[in-house]
Design a protein around this ligand. Structure first.
Ligand code: PNS
Length: 163
């Protein structure tokens, strides 16, 4: 029987409940889901790649077919190396579409054998992003319900503030 591996790539700085919603959906339909953390972000990340990986491993424990890894360089090179057939990406709103379409088509040009599959997170997460979580936490606001409790703790420890 054919087994399908999907890569869910991203910055995950930090992982949010929106990411977890997508991971849960992806884990249901793909045999193996690799959550792949981009090591070198253009902007200085809040969490180091190793910290982002550790946090993802903590919160994806409930899904045995989900693994967490780190990658650098071209996503399509990494996906080939992992023998993946699918790239999974989330689309929250129309505003995500243009960037995602451009990336998906460019990735298809680089590697036509790998398909990008888009899934929608629950509407409750349609306004949620790691960037806003970082901003709220840095300014002392509550990120409860936006990230898992353990990630709240990591944000608190990293920022030395009450979140
Ligand atoms: O969570 P993000 O920041 O939206 O994820 C963006 C990511 C990591 C998927 C994208 O930047 C990426 O794939 N980077 C790797 C470099 C690459 O392959 N670039 C060409 C994309 S067409």
């Amino acid at each position: 029987m054919k087994s399908v591996t999907a890569i869910y790539p991203g910055s995950f700085d930090p992982v949010t409940n929106g990411h977890l919603d997508l991971i849960q959906r992806g884990a249901k339909i793909f045999d193996r889901l690799v959550v792949a953390v981009l090591r070198n972000l253009e902007k200085q990340p809040l969490f180091k790649a190793s910290e982002r990986v550790d946090m993802l491993r903590e919160v994806t424990k409930p899904w045995p077919n989900v693994e967490v890894d780190v990658f650098e360089g071209l996503l399509m090179d990494y996906a080939r190396h992992k023998d993946a057939q699918v790239i999974l990406r989330g689309i929250r709103a129309i505003s995500d579409y243009e960037y995602e379409l451009q990336m998906a088509l460019m990735n298809r040009k680089l590697e036509p054998r790998i398909e990008t599959v888009f899934m929608m997170p629950a509407e409750a997460f349609s306004y949620l992003s790691s960037r806003l979580v970082r901003e709220i936490a840095q300014l002392g606001g509550s990120v409860k319900d936006l990230v898992p409790p353990v990630i709240e703790e990591h944000l608190r420890a990293k920022l030395g503030v009450k979140v």
